[in-house]
Design a binder for this molecule. Sequence first.
Ligand code: PEP
Ligand code: MN
Length: 264
Amino acid sequence: PLASREFHRENTVVNVRGHLIGGGKPTIMAGPCSVESVENIIEIAQAVKAAGGHLIRGGAFKPRSSPYSFQGHGEEGLKMLAIAREKTGLGIISEVMEPDKVGLVAEYVDVLQIGARNMQNYPLLREVGKAGKPVMLKRGLSGTIEEWLMAAEYILAQGNPDVILCERGIRTYEKATRNTLDLNAIPVVQSLSHLPIVVDPSHGIGKSEFVRPMARAGIAAGAAGVIVEIHPNPAKAWSDAAQTLDFDEFRALVDDVNRISAAL
Ligand code: PEP
Ligand code: MN
């Protein structure tokens, strides 16, 4: 398989506007769960930049558990992200949920995100494989490592070599946390595959007070970076408020990530 170490011994490094994911320095991606307004995303993007982050995350198309919850601003949200990129020079990453929307989302973003719920949406994977943009593939809620790597294979097989894996927690019997961040996956994936793997401790644990220690743990386990949800006023975030960090908490996390990475 194209994702396997046997096929490709050297680690894949994904270049996003000059920032190298998997290039040795930890990648920091941060932003709101949902893009809310242009003012809000600019404020957040400036905080990401000031803290030394590399990519702005933000959902414009949201896979909400309830159909009555805010579904995202759609293309308007992508336009807001593009303005935040213009103001900061940082790259943007946003989720695409439908094969028909891949062309549209790819026009705006630097990295296409495939959400956990779509890890095995094979038509969508084929489409992002043809999009000509890097793809971050999140692990499915109950996806095994083997299934996840085969999902990456769908993208690679279309000729897109720029795939980043994201461990975002799996479903277990544990109810004290939203998900269980599977730190095991980091060294296991690295032995099986050349693709860079990052961690999402926000969705992985689901409670803001525990996000920083799990970001530290992910980096200590060898992850190429972290993706976290931040907001100037987490309690007011339109989605995933409980797991969202404020800017002070985010700066502390970045500091920890850089110190741990440098010590490895
Ligand atoms: C998100 O990144 O906001 C998201 C919906 O993540 P996941 O697909 O991992 O649940
Ligand atoms: Mn979220």
